[in-house]
Design a protein around this ligand. Sequence first.
Ligand SMILES: Nc1ncnc2c1ncn2[C@@H]1O[C@H](COP(=O)(O)OP(=O)(O)OP(=O)(O)O)[C@@H](O)[C@H]1O
Length: 346
Amino acid sequence: MTLLTLETLTKRYGPATALSDVSLSIVSGSRTAVVGPSGSGKTTLLRLIAGFEAPDAGRIVLKGEVLAQGAAAVPAHKRGIGIVAQDGALFPHLSIADNIAFGFERGLADREQRILDLLDMVELDRGMMSRRPHQLSGGQQQRVALARALGRKPRLMLLDEPFSALDTGLRENMRKAVARVLEAAGIATILVTHDQAEALSFADQVAVLREGRLVQAGTPRRLYLQPKDRETALFLGDAVLLPAIARGDVADCALGRVEIAPARQGKVEIMIRPEQIRVMRDENAPPPAGRVVEVEFSGATSTIAVVLDGVALPPIVIKTSSVGVLEAGDRVRLDIAGKAHVFGQA
Ligand SMILES: Nc1ncnc2c1ncn2[C@@H]1O[C@H](COP(=O)(O)OP(=O)(O)OP(=O)(O)O)[C@@H](O)[C@H]1O
């Protein structure tokens, strides 16, 4: 069931257009990640949904209630939308308990119990209640910020890069914990992030913004394997892009004949994710074959660059397991698993 609908949202700041004609639907209980390069409009989109800004055109509808349409807007505090910012934005002079209880209704009889329940929910030690924010780690502070936002029983949760200040290991744990908490509470979530891997693993819908426009929205798998254009392909991960001649559901390219989807005829550009390419040492490899020109060892994986025989293309760069890794100068055969993607379909 659709919870939130954004209809042709446009937002301008003076002569600059921060968002242009953005439409997107959010399903109840789902997780959406909004990604895009710096300045693409991600924060602006969150600010419009939260009610900190009004759109110049378009409409925002939450559960059938129009939150914003032109100048008419429901104020932020009446939208029932929770927000967790990058820095958590806790009140430094208040205890953890008071921070969490900040949004509670006045004179609540079970205030203490609610705080304890929220601490449990975000998996924080109850003993931390009386501490001040500076006595907590960055990850713990983010959990408090989440507990505070959950305490208001929001219909929708907005997360504005809440993990970006945390280091890699903690970041992943926090992401999983937050996903668990929100899923258990059945609260739909929109996460803004710079981190493509984070977006792909957190969300069941990813929306890609570029220069204020929504380029593509869909499941992480769909966007990763069937990006609309080369910019989106490269934004979401490494990609091998090759010119090819399509003949229905196959195409001829520097890697030989590969299966493609969707079917096409004539000149196309195809995309293959590097993990689809298997490279094997083979001194007598028939074409398509190549030579390893560079190997970069980085522990569990190594990155190798292969120059293909007889084609004036940049080397193909592939990450492989470091077990039995190839060396510069090795002749190799390349096999493709699965289909190559042809750009042009959203
Ligand atoms: N208050 C403002 N006044 C003028 N221009 C603004 C304002 N807020 C945002 N912009 C402009 O709108 C565009 C989108 O900004 P926004 O902050 O939404 O991007 P973003 O994708 O969140 O970027 P980042 O990833 O760097 O945080 C940018 O060009 C920005 O300079």
